[in-house]
Write a protein of this length. Sequence first.
Length: 271
Amino acid sequence: MAQKCFPLNDVDYLAEDLRLFHAGRTVGVMQVTGNDFHTVAGAGMQTIVGKGVAYLLTQIDGLGGVVYANTDNVVFNHDAADALFNRYDAIIIRYDKETNACALKLIKGTPSSEPTKYIPKRSETEYELVIKYVYIVAGVGTITNSDIKDAILNEELCGIAVDTLAKIPTKQYDDQMKSWISNSQADFKKWFDHIKNQLTEDAAGNLQNQINSLNNKVNDLKDIFIVMEEDSYIPPEERKIGRLYFNTTDRVESGFNNEIRVSPNMGLKKV
């Protein structure tokens, strides 16, 4: 087993030796810009990947790795959508030992009635991080920002690089957020379905009839006249709609101009 130390004077080092400098780092995006590899829809079937820095291992379960940096926008042209089925394309960062290179790549997905997402390859000769999935809708000739799904927080696909032995469990946060969104959507659907069941066509019609009835009663009360009649009786057939008829029954002469004074008990009888 080889023993290595870095750095020492007057010693020639290979790239594999220098990678030991990163041995305590976890793989993933390094968030140097604060929004590394921000991806947006371009013209037609294009996506545009922004600047970013990431750290990858050079082989599965390897010790140390490489740092990849994208210093300018990278434009990808996606193949045309299938006429019948949707698919997921993937934007990845790939280290390839055989070509001695590391770069952003676009992986075309397979159209299907139930499309699956690309799983990163990791072996003795290559290592990949998936940073975005792009949903290609069947029969559609453009990609929108809502079709671009971020995968960076998923530690199985990418993750956030950490420079210490401590590890931020982003997968846990990602899973919790997805669970919360799913539960919220389920709760809203349950509530909405309940409301729809309560407001069936018959129930809605009955509710409208009650509203109309109340409106009619309010309209009937808009113009009310009170008719005070002294010692007289008006037959029902002669009464008018919208008027209240009263007779004075407790009459006291005031002594002035034969006026009528109503007693304290109001002395009114509805007729």
